[in-house]
Write a protein that binds this ligand. Structure first.
Ligand SMILES: [Zn+2]
Length: 436
């Protein structure tokens, strides 16, 4: 018995030791105001002493930088040497994490609720039971398995059961740490299957939906069990020593899935270094998760008319339009950019009306930073969905990835309002020619 208890304690201790702790990590707000400051920040970023919450560093782009307590002096010296202003905004990043993982102590029903962040198991169990409860229109689809052999599970919602339908794909959780994304996608499923709102009903029923709340299940689990700030998947194929980059070797386990799609792969805003957080993988579609989505979409394109590809990320409150590498007048490389922009603006005006949350609309290069190999860019340029958008959900950085659970429902309500308005615009512009 004593041996058993000792064994148990040892196991718990080992598990605890693996968890990356952000206790007393400081969070700084830094907005570079010149190319010189950008260069200085990029030099600091490349040392990997600190964790930049946004991958891009650009003039005027507000970033957040996580600094371990023992490196605080070093950080402040770097910044003062470069004459860059930085504001300490969070004294203990772990306290934000502790608040975010809070779960209700008492739960009277088995009802799925959006007042805390669900684990992968909870999300998958709910999808199974919710699909079963709506089995005339909903079913579960499994499009593949991850490196750690978890299924990539989606919900198919089909009200029409007709040949050659319009098809919509919703992709969430491609980046592990962006927990609000799966929480939004499960809400969309719930609304599509239960809402009485005429706008929601139209959007739900005009299109056959394929909704994947967690397209990076291994990473999502890892962000609960080991490192809250994990972004990539957990593919160990390219594992290597990261010592020369001043990073733990664990950083080379995984690929940034939103850099792994076969559209301008590895051209800009992505890394060929397996230790990097934006590692694009050894080749386009090297990863099971991105490949499974692409295979599904290639099959769907033979079964109906691809209409929507919607991607959900966080944070910064932006509605991004393809393509992520173009800015200025080059945005017109997307053939219907003007339509997408108009649909986006209408949707985001409606989104704002709910809780006064403001979003900006544009290409990533224009309003965030340049990226290549992203899923939604491939959806436009590779798979030719006409209507492609990427939501960067709440917030603008006060909590960032560590958005408190109290914000899940307001975030979801406003996002749904925005989507319904977008669909209204889509119909009035003639993209949908159904009989509904
Ligand atoms: Zn993301």
């Amino acid at each position: 018995m004593i041996i058993k208890i000792l064994l148990l304690i040892t196991i718990i201790a080992v598990n605890k030791a693996e968890y990356v702790n952000y206790r007393n990590h400081k969070l700084y707000r830094v907005t570079p105001s010149s190319d010189k400051e950008v260069q200085a920040l990029l030099d600091i970023k490349n040392n990997n002493d600190f964790l930049f919450w946004l991958e891009g560093v650009k003039v005027g782009l507000e970033n957040r930088i996580d600094v371990a307590q023992e490196k605080q002096e070093l950080f402040e010296k770097y910044l003062s040497d470069a004459s860059i202003k930085a504001e300490l905004v969070v004294d203990d990043v772990q306290s934000l994490i502790d608040n975010q993982v809070k779960r209700p102590l008492v739960r009277n029903t088995n009802e799925y609720v959006w007042d805390y962040y669900q684990t992968l198991d909870e999300i998958y169990e709910w999808m199974d039971s919710f699909a079963a409860a709506h089995s005339t229109v909903a079913s579960i689809i499994n499009i593949g398995y991850t490196a750690e052999e978890r299924p990539i599970k989606g919900m198919v919602i089909d009200y029409k059961k007709i040949g050659d339908p319009y098809i919509g794909v919703i992709e969430g959780g491609l980046h592990a740490r962006e927990w609000i994304s799966p929480a939004t996608c499960t809400w969309i499923i719930k609304e599509f299957l239960t809402s009485n709102d005429p706008g929601v009903r139209s959007m739900a029923e005009d299109v056959v939906w394929y909704i994947f709340p967690v397209t990076n299940p291994d990473g999502y689990v890892y962000s609960f069990t080991d490192n809250r700030m994990w972004r990539k998947n957990r593919n160990p194929a390219m594992k290597t020593s990261c010592a020369q980059w001043n990073l733990p070797d664990d950083m080379s386990v995984g690929v940034d899935l939103n850099r792994n799609f076969d559209f301008l792969w590895m051209t800009v805003g992505a890394s060929s270094n397996p230790c990097a957080i934006t590692y694009a993988g050894p080749a386009a579609f090297s990863e099971q998760e991105s490949l499974a989505l692409a295979n599904l979409i290639n099959n769907l394109s033979k079964q109906g008319s691809l209409l929507y590809y919607l991607s959900y990320h966080s944070f910064t409150q932006l509605l991004l339009i393809p393509y992520s590498h173009v800015q200025g007048k080059d945005v017109l490389e997307a053939d219907n950019y003007a339509d997408l922009f108009e649909i986006g603006i209408k949707g985001m005006d409606k989104l704002t009306a709910r809780h006064n949350t403001t979003y900006r609309v544009g290409t990533s290069a224009d309003i965030l930073y340049e990226v290549s190999g992203a899923g939604f860019d491939w959806a436009k340029g590779g798979a030719h969905f006409p209507l492609v958008f990427l939501f960067e959900l709440r917030d603008t950085g006060n909590f960032g990835f560590l958005l408190p659970p109290e914000e899940i429902i307001p975030n979801n309500e406003e996002t749904m309002d925005g989507m319904v308005e977008m669909h209204r615009a889509v119909r009035s512009m003639g993209y949908y020619r159904g009989s509904a």
